[in-house]
Write a protein that binds this ligand. Structure first.
Ligand code: C2E
Ligand code: MG
Ligand code: MG
Ligand code: MG
Length: 289
């Protein structure tokens, strides 16, 4: 339609259209070149977002979230570069860096006594391409071994799009990870394909209900009923239920009353760097233990 309208509007309009396209392509090309250098230039950072036990309001764990400290564009969320990272397969190396960096951080927190004696889980997001790598299992096992981290404290978050590629089925890698005691969680549940087959085939024990359902609380009765149904569905399968994107006290109360096990969202904390996470959550943990 844009092309048709541009043609109809004459030469200037057409140039205007192609200028916009050219800008987008240039941006992509420069981002791609920047991304190629980002690992070596040490520009990736890990941020940590608290996960709260709904029953006692204590810290139950954290989700590690990737950031790119771009030299000129500032701190970038993966939303702005994940597609490019997948397309260039850089996500494999970036993903490996994430796993190692998070485990190194956990090890350091254990060493300095900051994690106390309470078991804290740490969630890492995996991309579809990573779970298609047969090497992933050995890689994770080795890093856990090296940093002396119990497999049961690690949670790997995958989205359903990672499960539907039946050409390179991730079933065996995921099953073996689960057999090691690592927990698998299904991220953004309710927004993707949500095939019941996935829950049957894959050893998923944690369900993260997407924040689009949580945000309907107090706003939209049908959305609320869907949220309740999803929570009950997960619980009847014996899964741990995490509510994502909890932004208000009312949402926290609602999710707790409906049986969510874990709450995560800006109401408690935004994703923050490790040092800030220590100050806000871990030093208190040490004082209490
Ligand atoms: P996700 O795994 O579903 O992570 C939750 C996203 O929601 C995060 O965005 C988080 O900052 C944001 N969030 C948390 N609480 C709230 C809230 O109360 N309100 C709102 N509006 N947002 C909230 P972020 O950090 O930008 O990450 C976006 C996505 O990028 C993640 O979604 C995940 O799919 C992906 N991602 C993040 N880190 C990694 C990584 O290390 N590897 C891979 N492959 N993907 C990652
Ligand atoms: Mg996640
Ligand atoms: Mg999510
Ligand atoms: Mg997401």
């Amino acid at each position: 339609i844009a092309m048709y309208q541009a043609k109809k509007a004459g030469r200037n309009q057409c140039q205007f259209f192609s200028q916009g396209l050219q800008d987008a392509l240039l941006l992509q090309t420069s981002m791609r070149q920047d991304l190629l250098k980002a690992l070596d230039a040490n520009q990736f950072r890990m941020y940590y977002q608290a996960q709260i036990n709904a029953e006692n309001s204590c810290l139950s764990g954290m989700e590690a979230l990737l950031r790119w400290q771009h030299p000129t564009r500032g701190l970038l969320s993966p939303v702005s570069f994940l597609a490019l990272a997948e397309e260039t397969t850089l996500i494999i190396d970036i993903g490996s860096w994430v796993i190692r960096e998070v485990c190194r951080q956990i090890h350091q927190w254990h060493q300095t006594g900051l994690l106390g004696s309470t078991p804290i889980t740490i969630a890492i997001n995996l991309s579809a391409m990573q779970v298609q790598q047969p090497e992933l299992l050995a890689e994770i096992k080795n890093v856990l071994d090296e940093y002396n981290i119990p497999p049961a404290s690690l949670e790997l978050e995958i989205t359903e799009s990672a499960l539907i590629d039946d050409v390179h089925s991730p079933a065996s890698v995921l099953s073996e990870l689960a057999e090691c005691g690592i927990k698998l969680s299904l991220d953004d549940f309710g927004t993707g394909y949500s095939s019941m087959e996935h829950l049957k085939v894959f050893p998923i024990t944690v369900l993260k209900i997407d924040r689009s359902f949580v945000s309907t609380i107090g706003e939209d009765a049908k959305g609320e009923r869907l949220l309740i149904a999803l929570i009950n569905f997960a619980k009847s399968l014996g899964m741990k239920v995490v509510a994502e994107g909890v932004e208000t006290n009312a949402q926290a109360i609602f999710c707790t009353a409906q049986g969510c096990d874990i709450l995560q969202g800006y109401h408690y904390a935004k994703p923050i760097p490790a040092e800030q996470f220590e100050q806000l959550f871990l030093s208190r943990l040490m004082a209490n233990s």
